[in-house]
Design a protein around this ligand. Structure first.
Ligand SMILES: [Zn+2]
Length: 476
């Protein structure tokens, strides 16, 4: 007993835990996970030979050593694995299915379907790869509300989702975007989505400054946060208008170019994703326009997810070794769909060459944002061409490491930084008592090399344990 007390005190001293009086015995339903290294990105600590005690979907205790006594069947030896907080994909359109063209009155319109089978596949694969929470930045409001209900009831294995409804844009897109014009139509769209339980308002790239302003005001009235994908209005301007988050590594506004290059930029006249690389060819990352923008983002703490992986798959669209990396984890129906719907339609060899030539500049931009203190999170743009559910969260993390961002910082982007962005940093993103038992287990240490996150072996999702292999085998 004395020895146990001494050991407990030693553990307290080692971990600097606050509640170090003799702990009460664990409840009978508690599960104890032992023999693993605990990784806490928030504090950048590595605890060898750690344990985690879980009950009712929450972490009761963490520590070093054998942990408290529990029934034999409640004690799980993790065989030397690494444990870290569940990953967060801040850009996963989990309810989006295939795109199709509908012709009505001789006019063609794009339609985005939501299909249960594809949603279930994506949700399951996200969990298999260690993703326990997502932000879904746009989709049909009713499909997203239904997803939340099905996950909450246990009918569907999937990450907890915070979501936006239909994205607000100048033109409608069935199943994905609602067309808005004036303040009244913006208020009506936002009110409907708030009523349906959405937490975010997604503002899209064809909106004017006045519409963006009206969108942020409406979101605030309904206590929702805003996400913007903008190309005409600059990121600096969007930030000044009070936007909470910006998505995609494409700040392709002419306002961010030097005056000489602004004249050369063809911008919106360039179709088929060519504006992406042309803007990057012309931008001066060290020019006053970009310096001012980055300082503004850092000052206002606007969160960015660059979704690097979706652009990498576009820029290497003719190279299966990059484009199809992890394609086996995508739903066959989506693969079929990407034969016709993709961002590099009509690209020639010259387009790919020019796009790949700007990639180092995009990577440098990612590092500049990090170094300036702009909050970054990991987002993949799941449902878009060639993005694999969950597995490409690992790719996205690796890309930030390739950009020169330290491994611990990348792990924070995928865990507690994202939790903070979502306003959930009191309940997820840490391995600490009181936090949700959302935990990823890996067979190699991702704090030494982020690429090791690919060795994910299992996950606890709200305290329920899943093996990665089992979830993958269930794929259609
Ligand atoms: Zn998106």
């Amino acid at each position: 007993m004395l020895f146990a007390r001494l050991r407990a005190l030693a553990t307290c001293a080692l971990l600097a835990l606050s509640a170090c009086a003799t702990p009460p015995p664990p409840p009978a339903d508690a599960d104890l996970y032992v023999n693993m290294t605990l990784l806490d990105p928030a504090t950048q600590t590595r605890t060898a030979n750690g344990y985690i005690l879980v009950s009712q979907g929450r972490i009761l205790a963490v520590g070093r050593g054998e942990g408290p006594e529990v029934a034999a069947e409640r004690r799980h030896d993790m065989g030397g694995a690494y444990a870290l907080p569940g990953l967060i994909d801040t850009h996963a359109h989990v309810t989006l299915g295939r795109l199709s063209v509908r012709v009505e009155d001789g006019r063609a319109a794009l339609v985005a379907a939501s299909e249960d089978e594809i949603t279930e596949h994506n949700a399951r694969l996200l969990v298999a790869m260690g993703v326990t929470t997502i932000r879904n930045p746009g989709g049909a409001t009713d499909a997203n509300a239904r997803y939340a209900r099905r996950v909450a009831s246990g009918e569907l294995i999937g990450p907890t989702a915070l979501a936006a409804g239909e994205i607000l844009d100048a033109t409608p897109f069935e199943g994905l975007a609602i067309g808005v014009t004036d303040d009244a139509s913006i208020e009506a769209a936002v009110a409907y989505q708030a009523e349906a339980g959405m937490q975010y308002v997604k503002l899209y790239h064809l909106l004017t400054e006045a519409q963006i302003e009206a969108g942020t005001a409406a979101a605030r009235r309904h206590r929702m946060r805003t996400i913007i994908h903008t190309s005409g209005v600059s990121w600096e301007r969007a930030s000044a208008l009070g936007i909470d988050s910006i998505v995609h590594a494409m700040p392709i506004s002419p306002d961010l170019l030097t005056p000489e290059n602004r004249a050369r930029y063809q911008g919106p006249e360039l179709t088929g994703g060519k504006a992406f690389y042309q803007w990057w060819e012309l931008v001066d990352l060290d020019g006053p326009e970009m310096r001012s923008m980055i300082a503004e983002l850092a000052r206002r703490r606007v969160t960015i997810d660059l979704t690097l992986v979706v652009f990498q798959k576009q820029f290497w669209g003719d190279d299966p070794s990059v484009r199809d990396h992890f394609i086996e984890y995508t739903h066959p129906g989506m693969r079929e769909n990407w034969r016709t719907f993709r961002f590099d339609i009509g690209w020639t060899q010259d387009d790919y060459t020019r796009a790949r030539a700007v990639w180092p500049k995009i990577m440098r931009f990612a590092r500049m944002l990090y170094e300036a203190g702009v909050p970054l999170t990991i987002g993949t743009d799941l449902a878009n061409p060639f993005v694999a559910p969950g597995a490409d969260v690992h790719t996205e993390m690796r890309l930030y490491q390739d950009a020169g961002i330290p491994s611990w910082a990348v792990l924070r982007m995928a865990t507690n930084n994202a939790a903070e962005t979502l306003g959930l940093d009191e309940s997820i993103g840490r391995l600490s008592p009181g936090y949700e038992a959302d935990i990823v287990f890996t067979l190699a240490d991702p704090s030494r090399d982020v690429a090791n996150i690919e060795n994910v072996s299992g996950v606890l999702l709200n305290g329920v344990r899943y093996e990665t292999r089992g979830l993958i085998v269930g794929r259609p």
